[in-house]
Design a protein around this ligand. Structure first.
Ligand code: GRF
Length: 207
């Protein structure tokens, strides 16, 4: 069984969609070994406990710097034998210390159609506000591998939804989140089936 770690800082509805997909057998050959959070109060940790998944919390406060914190997390993940890290609303930007250890096997989900509306400051409500302000006719979500940039790594899959007359950041966020709950399990399923190949910045999905 391949072991997955899911990193959360908040509610963890994407985490829940991954848990459900493993439980239902939609994702085969992999288990969620651990849920990690930098915030003790993250509801995602509670979701893990309810499903008898190890819930690990570490506070960045006790560490010398961001690299030291990330090195500790990378060590913990290695000890647990984790081979895929899924960021699901993890609100810290990973440093080189972590990415070097897990390069090519860190996924993230972003609530927009990257490369549009990604990068510094583009999270949560800010994303949907910007999409509406720009008069976009569609938005969506992107699952991608994490590289050294912010929201810049190879795209695994995207799903889109129309932006309709009268949409607010809240209504758009809701529509996009529903898509995220389909997209993330789909991407992880492809990974578990070893159907994702990366060539430079391009992802190829094999049959
Ligand atoms: C999602 O919108 C995701 O795209 C972004 O953070 C949010 C996390 O939501 N990276 P949840 O905690 O999974 O409900």
């Amino acid at each position: 069984m391949k072991k997955i770690a899911v990193f959360v800082s908040g509610g963890g509805s994407n985490l829940q969609s991954l848990i459900d997909s493993v439980d239902s057998g939609h994702i085969k050959g992999a288990v969620i070994e651990v849920v990690f959070s930098d915030r003790e109060s993250a509801y995602g940790l509670e979701r893990a406990r309810r499903h008898s998944i190890a819930a690990l919390h570490l506070s960045p406060a006790g560490f010398f710097d961001r690299e030291a914190f990330d090195r500790k997390i990378a060590d913990e993940m290695n000890l647990l034998g984790v081979s895929l890290v899924c960021l699901a609303g993890y609100m810290r930007i990973l440093t080189k210390a972590f990415i070097d250890t897990f390069k090519g096997v860190i996924m993230n989900i972003h609530p927009a159609l990257l490369p549009k509306y990604g990068g510094a400051g583009m999270y949560g409500r800010h994303v949907h506000e910007a999409v509406i302000a720009a008069g976009e006719s569609e938005s969506g979500c992107t699952v991608h591998f994490v590289d050294y940039g912010t929201d810049t790594g190879p795209v695994i899959l995207q799903k889109s939804v129309p932006v309709e007359e009268g949409d607010t950041p809240e209504s758009l966020a809701k529509k996009v989140l529903a898509l995220e709950h389909e997209a993330y399990p789909e991407a992880v399923k492809l990974w578990a089936e070893e159907r994702i190949k990366t060539e430079g910045s391009k992802v190829i999905i094999t049959e």
